[in-house]
Design a protein around this ligand. Structure first.
Ligand code: 13P
Ligand code: SF4
Length: 345
């Protein structure tokens, strides 16, 4: 197999040797190229959603983490493990949600509503996290906001308006919303999805909640990348329409060989591409990039140490909350009104 004309096998062998030499491990997101996902797993690393990437990076003994994903994932790894070396194949790999939420404007928004609990999506800069009371990913946002609402808290939510609206509709929480969106999920088209469902009435529809509300409304299951994976395995269906980045199809197909997965439509019939759902920043990760950073030690993620300490607090809250939830412990106290707002640094 070759990547853009370059033979993949010699690169993979080189990466395996370098990982060993540097005491390094790969931590990859479901949206990166299949060959990176497979290599991460083959070499004792992880392929997962953004929440589990954070937890795995924090807990793994390796001194160097090669984060194959986008910048906020590398920054989160650095915040949780300031003494580790965090490398990324391309430091320009960003995210439209992060880019659309500059810290000065977001802080001003928070300052205007000091009584509200600030909940930010993990897809944000370290500086924005350092202004938050809570960080959440799509796999725990619903649980965290439900618990905050149960203790009577009003919320500032940023930056993804679609995920925010979905959580608001599900929980009834009082949420002031930042106007951000994911350029990939924003492209899914409700009208075309309806037509596809008519064509394949037996298909189950799996949707990531960064998608527009009209698309979410047609879902059989709405959830994070890991929830989509679980649903595909659990549902007694053999045909699925998937509204998330097409990188996800690799794991869906390898883990469910008897099932068929179709991409949800992103454009009308006049467009040249019927489903173009692939994150341009996730696509910046490559075998060549991994080999290069492991060889040269370049593309290391740095986060201002002062910012690190403050940004870690809301991330730790998320990790403690989700660990308690997983082990069946009560979470109400963790999100109660007695948990102080962290405020501006
Ligand atoms: P997950 O947290 O579901 O992995 O999503 C991250 C992301 O960037 C989705 O676009
Ligand atoms: Fe950001 Fe969207 Fe890319 Fe995820 S898919 S990293 S939300 S731009």
């Amino acid at each position: 197999m070759s990547t853009f004309g370059i033979e993949a096998e010699p690169l993979k062998s080189q990466i395996k040797k370098l990982l060993h030499q540097r005491n390094a491990v790969m931590v990859a997101h479901f949206y990166v190229e299949p060959e990176l996902q497979d290599l991460a797993e083959e070499t004792g690393g992880l392929v997962s959603d953004s929440l589990e990437m954070a937890r795995f990076g924090r807990d793994h003994a390796a001194q160097t983490l090669v984060v194959c994903g986008v910048r906020f994932m590398g920054e989160t790894a650095k915040i949780l493990s300031p003494d580790k070396c965090i490398l990324m194949p391309d430091l320009e790999a960003n995210c439209s949600l992060d880019l659309g939420c500059p810290v000065d404007r977001f802080s001003a928004f928070c300052d205007a509503h000091p009584e509200r609990t600030v909940v930010v999506y993990a897809n944000t800069s370290a500086a924005v996290k350092a202004r938050a009371d809570w960080v959440v990913t799509s796999s725990c946002a619903l649980d965290v906001v439900s618990a905050l609402k149960a203790s009577g808290q009003k919320i500032i939510w940023g930056p993804d308006k679609h995920l925010g609206s979905y959580i608001q509709a599900q929980t009834g929480a009082d949420m002031l919303m930042w106007d951000g969106s994911c350029i990939v999920h924003d492209e899914f088209k409700a009208f075309e999805l309806q037509a596809l469902k008519r064509e394949y009435p037996e298909a189950k529809v799996l949707v990531h909640p960064e998608s527009p509300a009209e698309v979410v409304a047609q879902a059989d299951v709405v959830g994070s990348t890991s929830a989509i994976l679980q649903a595909a395995k659990a549902l007694p269906a053999s045909l699925f329409i998937v509204a998330t980045d097409k990188g996800m199809l690799h794991k869906l197909r390898t883990l469910n060989p008897g099932k068929t997965f179709m991409e949800a439509p992103t454009a009308g019939s006049s467009a040249t591409c019927r489903s173009c759902a692939h994150c341009p920043w996730m696509a910046m990760n490559s075998l060549q990039g991994v080999a290069q950073v492991l060889t040269n030690g370049t593309h290391e993620i740095k986060v201002d140490p002062q910012l690190t300490a403050r940004a870690r607090l809301p991330i730790d809250r998320m990790l403690d909350f989700t660990a308690a939830l997983k082990s069946g412990q009560p979470v109400t106290a963790l999100a109660s009104k007695l948990v102080p707002h962290l405020g501006a640094a």
